[in-house]
Design a protein around this ligand. Structure first.
Ligand SMILES: Cc1cc2nc3c(=O)[nH]c(=O)nc-3n(C[C@H](O)[C@H](O)[C@H](O)COP(=O)(O)O)c2cc1C
Length: 219
């Protein structure tokens, strides 16, 4: 698959067929993804390939209240978890295939980052939260999803479990000074959305300054 095609068509997949994905294929995806960039080439990633029904059940139990809190905020017309805050709205129970059917998802990856290896270049700013450190781990996550797409697989990067990191840490054996950055679900898609809704370049790119004139393809 052309790189540009993969970049433009890698929509989130949350429904999977019963087709299994072998450990060999998962290892291939990780073998591709390890070429992702990271600050200082520190490669801070760790991956737990979660197969145990007990561990999966525990993960789902921790994700569910986060999902319901998110739904509660959405229903109230608010942006959930902005600056890490709760909106205080009542949680709303809504089905979620990833959580409800976690046992049947072909591949569940818990991804962690070794914080001792990440230079948090905006960690000195008064504004919170620091965000630059994530750039040393999320390209790796996205590369897993692109590697999956290249093989006819699909998936989605999720972060619900990060909100319950303290509770998830003992379940997953998260090492000290590591952050739980993502749970990635993968499998053969029941449907691959390739027509993605994304804002046009003109909506976010300007020249010289963020308040500069819009970038156009006419210059
Ligand atoms: C940092 C990040 C966090 C995300 N967290 C979740 C999540 O917790 N649960 C979920 O279902 N999807 C999650 N997603 C997937 C997004 O919802 C998805 O990429 C976005 O809505 C675009 O969907 P589309 O590819 O179908 O257009 C996350 C994606 C990113 C990049």
């Amino acid at each position: 698959m052309e790189a540009t095609t993969a970049l433009r068509t890698n929509g989130a997949v949350r429904g999977f067929t019963d087709d299994p994905v072998s450990d060999a294929v998962v290892a291939e995806l990780l073998d591709d993804a390890r070429f992702a960039p990271s600050g200082g080439n520190q490669q801070p990633w760790r991956v737990a390939v979660v197969k145990s029904p007990e561990v999966r059940a525990a993960m789902a139990a921790l994700m569910r209240p986060v999902w319901e809190e998110y739904q509660g905020a959405q229903r109230a017309g608010k942006r959930a978890f902005a600056f890490g805050r709760s909106t205080g709205d009542a949680p709303v129970a809504v089905p979620n295939a990833l959580i409800d059917d976690i046992q049947s998802v072909p591949v569940v990856l818990a991804v962690a980052a070794d914080l001792t290896k990440i230079a948090i270049m905006d960690g000195n700013q008064d504004r919170r939260p620091p965000v630059v450190g994530g750039a040393s781990i999320y390209p790796f996550c996205w590369s897993i999803l692109l590697a999956a797409r290249a093989r006819g697989l699909g998936g989605v990067l999720t972060t619900f479990l990060s909100r319950a990191e303290a509770e998830a840490a003992p379940v997953l054996g998260l090492p000290a000074d590591h952050a739980l950055v993502a749970t990635i679900f993968l499998g053969v898609p029941t449907h691959q959305n390739t027509k993605l809704r994304r804002n046009p370049v003109s909506s976010f790119a300007t020249v010289d300054r963020f308040d500069g004139p819009p970038l156009t393809d006419e210059r």
